[in-house]
Ligand binder design. Structure first.
Ligand code: DX5
Ligand code: ZN
Length: 231
């Protein structure tokens, strides 16, 4: 199933952190739709990355939205800080919040779009009672914590299941919900991922490790879109 406009969200986890402003400007110039911003706390996941101060620092460098993926536990205390730092979308893992419905509402109350992230082993049923509070579902195609991992193939079946559920929700008169895939997305599998129902693709090492890395990223972004268009 091809989508009218596939959104590509390069993950700055694989960017050069010493030149982050320049890196986000370069991906925007190359046609990125969102900056994917991975927040890790060495508690929910075994790695430690960046927080609201870095979000605030890159915000003036780009016009595109900042897609904050929280891999932290607990979640709620960080939401006001990221909203103030200029986040546009905030997603979190349901296992990391004691009150998932409340956390989703809190994100929206702070003026951001809200989403849930499903790990490879998280059942799709976690979405069952919160459809009306979701702006995005983020499906992990690797276990969270590191960039550069291999895409888990069983994600495709799960993606088709979630796509069907979102379409059914919209057919019932529900609000639109984006479906994003994160982990191991490359030029050689993006068509399969889009065909299975994704409308937003995160790509970290594929973009920042591309042959034109450090240049403009135009080549890899063009290649990702050209492959996705075959879906
Ligand atoms: C993993 C992160 C991903 C990661 C993607 O925990 O959520 O966003 O950076 O990187 P690649 O595309 O290299 O798998
Ligand atoms: Zn991510």
């Amino acid at each position: 199933m091809s989508t009218p406009h596939l959104r590509i969200a390069p993950s700055i986890l694989s960017a050069d952190f010493a030149r982050l402003g320049e890196e986000v400007r370069a991906i925007e110039a190359a046609g990125a739709d969102l900056v994917h911003f991975d927040v890790m706390d060495n508690h929910y996941v075994p790695n430690l990355t960046i927080g609201p101060l870095v979000c605030e620092a890159i915000r003036p460098h780009v016009k595109i939205g900042i897609d904050v993926h929280l891999m932290v536990e607990p979640v709620d205390s960080l939401i006001p800080l990221f909203a103030k730092a200029g986040a546009n979308i905030i997603t979190f893992h349901p296992e990391a919040s004691r009150h998932v419905d409340r956390t989703l509402q809190l994100i929206r109350d702070h003026g951001c779009q809200a989403g849930l992230v499903l790990n490879p082993a998280t059942p799709v049923q976690v979405l069952d009672h919160v459809w009306d509070k979701l702006d995005m579902v983020l499906l992990m195609s690797v276990n969270p914590g590191f960039g550069g991992q291999k895409f888990i193939p069983s994600t495709l079946g799960k993606l088709r299941t979630i796509r069907a559920a979102i379409n059914a929700h919209v057919a019932r008169g529900g609000q639109p919900i984006a479906l994003e895939v994160d982990g191991g997305v490359k030029v050689d599998n993006i068509a399969d991922i889009v065909r299975a129902g994704a409308d937003t693709c995160v790509a970290g090492s594929a973009v920042f490790g591309a042959p034109d890395a450090g240049g403009g990223y135009h080549g890899v972004m063009k290649a990702l879109r050209a492959e996705a268009a075959k879906a």
